[in-house]
Design a binder for this molecule. Structure first.
Ligand SMILES: Nc1nc2c(ncn2[C@@H]2O[C@H](COP(=O)(O)OP(=O)(O)OP(=O)(O)O)[C@@H](O)[C@H]2O)c(=O)[nH]1
Ligand SMILES: [Mg+2]
Length: 204
């Protein structure tokens, strides 16, 4: 079901409200790592969601360790928007986490400048596929570890080693429920994407 949360203003495409720069950002990562939560906590418009109830069929298929209270899953995408005071507007697209919906990724990823790969240290392997995806496509990404309550804390270095990501890829800790924390991740991603594109420019 497509729905919009009701605690934020509805989406309005005000023609006077044209951003200086508009960038498309993906929010990826394994099943239940907090992608929908992240888009919802930072979006300035009512986020678009496509949640469906998890059925018994998913038992034994989806690893819900640590998120046992989870009752729905994203079946198409999440969409939200955030504008910074300097006029940079980010359009956020959350991907579905379940493997059976991965066929949609190429279309969701089209035109994106970069991605956040969210990870949960209790199920780190569930975010490997996202990392592979962006590495293969040469799309800049940052890894953000969503620090769930009760999950063991690891240092950024330990997580970097476990995920075996390139030394240039930012790895950070975050709380997907906190707007300021998510903003920090988004700023790190945009800065990283600019660095990557400058390096590519110099190589040409
Ligand atoms: N304690 C805590 N719970 C969280 C956090 N982020 C998400 N949750 C909870 O974890 C569950 C999973 O969150 P979602 O945002 O639906 O995860 P998702 O990655 O979008 O899931 P899929 O779309 O199914 O892959 C929900 O029950 C959230 O309420 C967090 O930072 N801390
Ligand atoms: Mg989701």
């Amino acid at each position: 079901m497509i729905s919009a949360a009701s605690d934020q203003p509805a989406f309005s495409d005000d023609l006077d409200d044209v951003p200086r720069v508009a960038l498309k950002i993906l929010v990826a990562g394994g099943f239940g790592v907090g992608k929908t939560t992240l888009v919802g906590s930072v979006s300035e418009i009512r986020p678009l969601r496509t949640e469906e109830t998890l059925t018994d069929v998913s038992v034994g298929v989806d690893d819900i360790r640590g998120v046992e209270g989870k009752s729905t899953t994203t079946v198409a995408m999440d969409f939200g928007r955030l504008t910074f005071p300097d006029g940079v507007r980010l359009y956020l697209f959350g991907t579905p986490g379940q493997e059976r919906f991965w066929f949609m990724w190429d279309e969701i990823a089209y035109g994106a400048v970069g991605a956040i790969v969210l990870a949960d240290t209790r199920r780190l392997t569930s975010s490997f596929a996202s990392i592979d995806y962006f590495e293969r496509r040469g799309m800049p990404f940052v890894v953000a570890v969503n620090c769930f309550d009760g999950a063991r804390r690891y240092s950024v270095e330990t997580i970097r080693e476990a995920l075996d990501v390139d030394p240039g890829v930012p790895v950070m800790l975050c709380d997907a429920r906190r707007r300021e924390s998510v903003k920090e991740v988004l700023v790190a991603l945009v800065e990283h994407a600019i660095r990557v594109s400058e390096l590519e420019e110099q190589r040409r």
